[in-house]
Design a protein around this ligand. Structure first.
Ligand SMILES: CC(C)(COP(=O)(O)OP(=O)(O)OC[C@H]1O[C@@H](n2cnc3c(N)ncnc32)[C@H](O)[C@@H]1OP(=O)(O)O)[C@@H](O)C(=O)NCCC(=O)NCCS
Length: 182
């Protein structure tokens, strides 16, 4: 199966609305209605100075969407969504590899890329780990859900220098001062 990444274009608003409203997104808060998606697309939300959006094409079919955000910062973030019937087939992992390379190659000022996900989003966490993203943060009960259950929120990032060298530098988790004995 060939996996390609095609830039979003202004004629894609209807396809985008279908994609976003036609799938379940269990790890995203709230789903916009199709009209709102089209309006946001017309207002340039998906392609502007700070944001770029790409379709994930699997065998030529639109199977996912990557939205790159905060591109003016040295630390951008991204939103990655794979169509419900195409999950678990390696597309998310391939998309993280592609977007990481794209961001570091296209934008010289980017030094790190961040991603935050819900603790129980095991597929996303695995896709990040296998692409060299290191866990940097664990926010307890920081991700509220509509039914009131708070989940932990997990932060990952990859450094440009690690991406270049193919290593993963872990944070120093033992940097607290030693406890004084009385
Ligand atoms: C999260 C998401 C992008 C991952 O993409 P994907 O194509 O489904 O994932 P992959 O097939 O590349 O699998 C990645 C890893 O997760 C594992 N995995 C896949 N589905 C899984 C599941 N339901 N539970 C546990 N592990 C799972 C795979 O075995 C693989 O593990 P490996 O690296 O050890 O081989 C995709 O599932 C998705 O779009 N989900 C809904 C939207 C979302 O949650 N986006 C992220 C918001 S932060």
């Amino acid at each position: 199966m060939t996996i390609e990444f095609a830039p979003y274009s202004s004629g894609d608003a209807d396809a985008l609305a279908d994609f976003l409203t036609g799938n379940d997104w269990p790890f995203h808060a709230g789903t916009q209605d199709a009209e709102t998606v089209r309006r946001r697309a017309e207002n340039g939300l998906y392609w502007n100075d700070e944001s770029r959006t790409f379709w994930v094409l699997a065998g030529g079919e639109r199977a996912g969407l990557v939205r790159l955000q905060d591109l003016a910062d040295d630390t951008p973030m991204f939103d990655l969504r794979i169509r419900a019937d195409r999950r678990g087939q390696g597309l998310g992992t391939a998309a993280v590899a592609w977007l990481t390379s794209y961001l570091f190659t296209e934008f010289a000022h980017i030094t790190r890329i961040e991603a935050t996900t819900r603790q129980d989003n095991h597929a996303m966490r695995a896709a990040l780990r296998s692409n060299g993203y290191a866990k940097e943060a664990h926010y307890r009960e920081a991700w509220p859900t509509p039914d009131g259950t708070p989940y932990d929120s997990i932060g990952y990032a990859v450094l440009r220098r690690d991406w270049i060298s193919g290593t993963v530098t872990l944070p120093d988790w033992h940097d607290e001062p030693a406890t004084r004995s009385s």
